[in-house]
Ligand binder design. Sequence first.
Ligand code: HEM
Ligand code: HEM
Length: 433
Amino acid sequence: MTAEAIQSDDIPTGTSRQQRYTAVAIALHWAIALLIIGMIAVGWIMEAMPGGPGSPKTAIIQIHKSVGITILLLTIARIIWRIMNPPPAEPPMPKLQSLLASSVHILLYVLMLAMPLTGWIMASAEIGLHDTRYFWTVEMYVPGIPGLPAETREGIAEGFEQVHSNLAWVIIGLLVLHVAGAVKHQFIDKDGLLARMAPGLFGRTAGPVDNGQGAIWAFGAAVAVFAAIAAVSLSTAPSTVAPVTVAEDNQTPASNAPAWAVDYEKSSIIFRSGYMGRPFEGRFSGWTAQIQLDTDATPANANTPVDGYIRVAIPMASVNTGEPYYDENVTQGDWFDVAKYPEAVFEVTGGVFKDSDTQYEATGVLKLKGGEHPVRLPFTLKIEGATATAHAETTLKRMALGVGAGTLTAEKGDAEWVQDDVLVVIDIVATRQ
Ligand code: HEM
Ligand code: HEM
């Protein structure tokens, strides 16, 4: 097309008819622009929101992360598309202005990559209950980061949070320059530049150079990056191998004392802890208890156990906190790792001691996540006829049990934390057999 043909009569005075960007470039420009502006708003809003159980903050952060990763993938596609389809020649303008425009464009591309990358590095390094699941589906971490030591991760998370937060201001500054440029072109230079990026809306254009080519490459690369990172994240995620059956311990009763049949409807095993200063409670279901106890015995002295044996087996995947998000996380690798250790067992190995008619103490081991921990479990026992009601409370230190080792136990900066002390409350109603 010649210059004369472009300068046809039906174009408003002062406006030369520009060739516009390809449809793909235009679609990507506006999709990414809208998403980024929305992300900055959402970023600030969620930053100011209180977290904790019941707060929508958790879901909003997940959406922020997923949309952010989408922006990164779209930007990869956009850059490849641009390399394969150079934009139309720019309208005539002073050299300095042209240089400024190109610099802002290049910096915007850098920010379109840096903004999601810094957020994603921060999210991958953050130690806490939040995972980075792409729209509640696959986990996606920046490869290499989750395997780093907790301290290094904390440092990375804190540093990148600063960078991520500051870059938001850089992109806002660039956007102001960018929009000011577009407005100047539209209303002062009247050269039809806006129409290059928004055909039809701001005047007519001469159409793109051609429809463009390389969509398979551009979008294929974005999909390939997504698949590669999802695959790496999956392979480094906690193993989801078939549950290993816990080797059954010696099942021969260790005691000749009367057996007690547990009424599971009336019995419960509950734990209480705190997440970011707020208390939460979880309960297990489907657990089984084998109890033998001679409640009529009179021990010779305080150091002689009565005839008794107790073994409680808890399927850890049954945990229920009333908050699906916690349940999902607490069964994972760093916490209960139910795929590898489906069951926790408390077994009396040191004997049951009777301090008074209502006060007892069971001494034994807690087998949890492959470890064995000595536990003393004092309990009260009330007997009415053939029915016994037992109540026990004990405080366990989750860190010492290797539960949630990667999560802080106290407030530190913005990092999430889960209290070390976990109160376990056991109530059992049983009838003598
Ligand atoms: C966060 C939001 C935005 C980002 C990241 C962004 C980014 C970009 C980039 C990188 C380019 C260069 C395209 C290329 O040549 O490869 C561009 C072009 C363009 N942008 Fe934006 N943009 C944003 C918002 C806006 C807004 C709000 C407007 C409207 C006022 C706008 C109007 C334009 C126009 C008219 C062009 C074409 C310039 C030309 O013809 O050379 N952009 N944008
Ligand atoms: C273009 C993409 C993105 C933009 C524009 C953006 C913008 C923001 C903004 C403005 C904030 C608030 C910062 C503050 O004032 O402290 C924020 C916070 C945050 N962003 Fe992004 N973000 C983007 C991508 C991502 C991605 C990809 C992730 C993770 C995968 C992410 C994770 C986070 C997290 C975890 C926070 C802190 C939330 C909190 O602790 O309250 N962001 N983001």
